[in-house]
Design a protein around this ligand. Structure first.
Ligand SMILES: NC(=O)C1=CN([C@@H]2O[C@H](COP(=O)(O)OP(=O)(O)OC[C@H]3O[C@@H](n4cnc5c(N)ncnc54)[C@H](O)[C@@H]3O)[C@@H](O)[C@H]2O)C=CC1
Ligand SMILES: O=C(O)CCC(=O)C(=O)O
Length: 526
C-alpha cells in the first residue's frame, strides 16, 4: 500500500479520501531535518503553507510521486526541483478563493472602522466612542492589484458596497475588466487615485516589494492597504516608515516577509495596522474544499490517473483528457519509435497535429511525444512532469505545427526526429477509439499496430527479398508474428515492417544489411 505523509493540519474529509488507497501518517510540526529523514518512506506528501518543501527534501524523496498543496500558493514548494525529479505538484486553485476574498474585505472594513482596537477597548472595560470614528468605503476608490480569482470576487463585492474599482493586471483584457465593472489603469494611477488598495497577485521576482517606499510615496495620505496575497509583496520596513510618518493611513496584513512574523515594529503602530496570522484560507468551508480537492488528486495519482490541477504539468479537464487519452498513447508510441529510428542524440523533433487533431490542445500531445522520445534514454526517470525540461536540457529543438487540411484520416499525428541515424518520420492514428496504428514510416504507407519488438528494413522491391529475410530470421530462431510491406511505386524502394516475438539477437542486424537489395535495417523495442 502506498504511504502518504500529511505534514500540516488537513481537514478530516481529505484524510478519509487518502485512506481509501494509502496508509496515511499525520505528522505535523516536523523540523526541516525530521522531514528530510522521514520523506524517503513516502509516495505522497500533503501540506498547507506550514511545510517548506525545499530542494533538500526533494533530493531525499526517493519514492515521492506527488506533493499536494491544500491551498493555492506553491511558493513553499521548490517546484523546479520537484519537476526535475518528475514529482507532480498539485494545488487547489479555487477551494479557498471565497475565504481569501472575504478575509480581504473583512480587513478593509475592520481597518475603516477600527474594529480590532474598539473591541479590545470594550473588553478592557472602557467606553470610548470618539477614539474610534471611522471612514466609509461607499463611493471610495478601491485599487485591486491582480484581477484573478480572488481579486475579481473582491471587486464584485466591493462594487456592491458602492465602491469604484480601479484594477491593475497586465494579463487581463479590458473586456474582462469591463465585465467585472472595473477600470483597468496603470500602477501609478492606481497608487495615486485609490483610497484602498488590495493585493491579489502571486509573489514573483516582478512583484517582490512592488509596494516599496517609492510606491507608498505616490499614495494618498488617507490610503489604506490590504495584503492577503503573499508576504514580501510589501516592503515591511518601507510600510512602517510610511505609516509612522502619516504618508498613508493604514494597513491590514495577513501575510509577511517571514512567517510566522518575528520581531516587527509593525506591532507598535496601534489602530492604523491590523495583523492576522495568515488566516485568508482559514474558514471551515475552504478547509473542506481544499482538503477534498487535493486528497482526490493524490488518490488519483497514486492510482496511476492524471491530476486535474497539477502546477507542473498541463492541467486538463477530465472530459478533454478522456478524449485526448488515446492520442497521448499514440504520441508516446510515435515519439519512442521515431527516437529509436533516429538513433541517439536527437537534436530536433517535429510534431504535427493533423486533420481533426489539429483542433486539440497540443501541449499534452507534445509532452507525451517527448516522453516517448526520451524513454529509451531515461526509462522511468522521464514522465509527463519533466519530459519538456529533459528535452530542453538535452538541447532538443521542438517544432510544433498543425495542419487541419490533412484528410487521410480523421485525425493523425506526424512525428519526425533528426538524430545520429539521420532524420526519420512516422505518422499514426487512433483506430476504433483506442487502438494505435502506424500509418506511415518515412513516407512509406503502412498500417501496422506497434508491438514490443519490431524490425524495419528499407529495401528494393524485388522478388525473393522477403523470403530471404524470413529465412535469415528463422536461422537465428527469431519468430515473426506479422509482416507488412509498404511501397510508393512497384519495384522501387519499399519498407518492410516485422513484428517479432523476441528482441533481435546481437549481430543479426548486420547480417540483414548484407542481404542483396537491403539498404538499411533498424530494430526497436517499444
Ligand atoms: N492569505 C491566504 O491565506 C491566501 C492567499 N492566497 C494568495 O492570493 C493570491 C491571489 O490568488 P488567486 O486570485 O487565486 O490567483 P490567480 O492566479 O487567480 O490571480 C492572480 C492574478 O494576478 C495577476 N498578476 C500576475 N502578476 C501580476 C503583476 N505583476 N501585476 C499585476 N497582476 C499580476 C494575474 O494575471 C492573475 O490575474 C496568490 O498570491 C495566492 O497565493 C490565496 C489563497 C489564500
Ligand atoms: O493553507 C493556508 O492556510 C494558506 C493558504 C494560502 O495562502 C494559499 O492557499 O495560497
Amino acid at each position: 500500500m502506498p504511504k502518504v505523509l500529511v505534514s500540516d493540519p488537513i481537514d478530516q474529509s481529505g484524510l478519509d479520501i487518502l485512506a481509501q488507497v494509502a496508509q496515511v501518517d499525520v505528522k505535523t510540526k516536523l523540523t526541516p531535518e525530521e522531514l528530510v529523514q522521514a520523506i524517503p518512506n513516502y509516495d505522497a506528501l500533503m501540506i498547507r503553507s506550514g511545510t517548506k518543501v525545499t530542494s533538500a527534501v526533494i533530493e531525499a524523496a526517493s519514492q515521492l510521486k506527488i506533493i499536494g498543496r491544500a491551498g493555492v500558493g506553491v511558493d513553499n514548494v521548490d517546484v523546479v526541483a520537484a519537476t526535475r525529479r518528475g514529482i507532480v505538484v498539485v494545488n487547489s486553485p479555487e477551494g479557498n478563493t471565497i475565504a481569501a476574498a472575504e478575509h480581504a474585505l473583512a480587513m478593509m472594513l475592520s481597518l475603516s472602522r477600527n474594529i480590532p482596537e474598539a473591541d479590545q477597548s470594550v473588553k478592557a472595560s472602557t467606553w470610548n466612542r470618539k477614539a474610534f470614528t471611522g471612514v466609509e468605503v461607499y463611493k471610495k476608490n478601491l485599487g485591486v492589484v491582480g484581477l484573478g480569482k480572488i481579486g475579481s470576487h473582491v471587486a464584485t463585492v466591493a462594487r456592491a458596497m458602492g465602491m469604484t474599482i480601479l484594477a491593475y493586471d497586465p494579463f487581463i483584457s479590458k473586456e474582462r475588466a469591463a465585465e467585472l465593472g472595473c477600470s483597468l489603469v496603470d500602477l501609478d494611477m492606481l497608487f495615486q487615485e485609490s483610497d484602498y488598495i488590495t493585493l491579489h497577485i502571486p509573489k514573483t521576482s516582478e512583484t517582490a516589494h512592488l509596494i516599496n517606499a517609492a510606491a507608498l510615496d505616490k499614495m494618498k495620505p488617507t490610503a489604506r492597504i490590504v495584503n492577503c496575497a503573499r508576504g514580501g509583496i510589501i516592503d515591511e520596513a518601507a510600510l512602517y516608515e510610511a505609516l509612522s510618518n502619516g504618508k498613508i493611513a493604514g494597513a491590514a496584513l495577513d501575510v509577511y516577509e517571514e512567517e510566522p512574523l518575528g520581531e516587527s515594529s509593525l506591532r507598535e503602530l496601534g489602530k492604523s495596522v491590523i495583523l492576522t496570522p495568515h488566516l485568508g484560507a482559514s474558514t471551515a468551508e475552504a478547509q473542506v474544499n481544499v482538503a477534498i480537492d487535493v486528497a482526490e488528486q493524490i488518490r488519483d495519482v497514486l492510482l496511476g490517473l492524471p491530476a486535474r490541477s497539477a502546477v507542473n504539468i498541463p492541467g486538463l479537464r477530465p472530459d478533454v483528457l478522456e478524449k485526448l487519452r488515446p492520442y497521448l498513447q499514440l504520441a508516446e508510441t510515435l515519439g519512442n519509435l521515431v527516437g529509436q529510428l533516429a538513433g541517439g542524440r536527437v537534436e530536433q523533433v517535429q510534431i504535427r497535429l493533423q486533420g481533426e487533431l489539429a483542433n486539440q490542445d497540443s501541449k499534452p500531445i507534445v509532452i507525451a511525444t517527448l516522453k516517448g522520445l526520451l524513454t529509451n534514454a531515461l526509462r522511468e526517470r522521464v514522465n509527463y512532469v519533466n519530459a519538456s525540461i529533459e528535452a530542453k536540457e538535452r538541447g532538443i529543438k521542438v517544432i510544433e505545427t498543425r495542419d487541419a487540411s490533412v484528410k487521410d484520416f480523421t485525425g493523425s499525428l506526424y512525428v519526425s526526429a533528426k538524430g545520429s541515424l539521420g532524420e526519420h518520420a512516422v505518422t499514426g492514428i487512433i483506430l476504433g477509439g483506442s487502438e494505435v496504428r502506424i500509418t506511415d514510416i518515412n513516407q512509406f504507407p503502412i498500417n501496422v499496430p506497434p508491438t514490443k519488438y519490431m524490425l524495419f528494413t528499407l529495401h528494393r522491391d524485388m522478388p525473393g527479398i522477403i523470403g530471404k529475410i524470413g529465412s535469415l530470421l528463422g536461422s537465428f530462431n527469431v519468430n515473426i508474428a506479422s509482416m507488412q510491406v509498404g511501397r510508393q511505386i512497384v519495384r522501387g524502394d519499399a519498407i518492410m515492417v516485422l513484428s517479432i516475438d523476441d528482441p533481435l539477437p546481437d549481430g543479426i542486424l548486420e547480417e540483414i544489411t548484407k542481404v542483396s537489395g537491403i539498404r538499411d535495417a533498424y530494430t526497436v523495442a517499444l
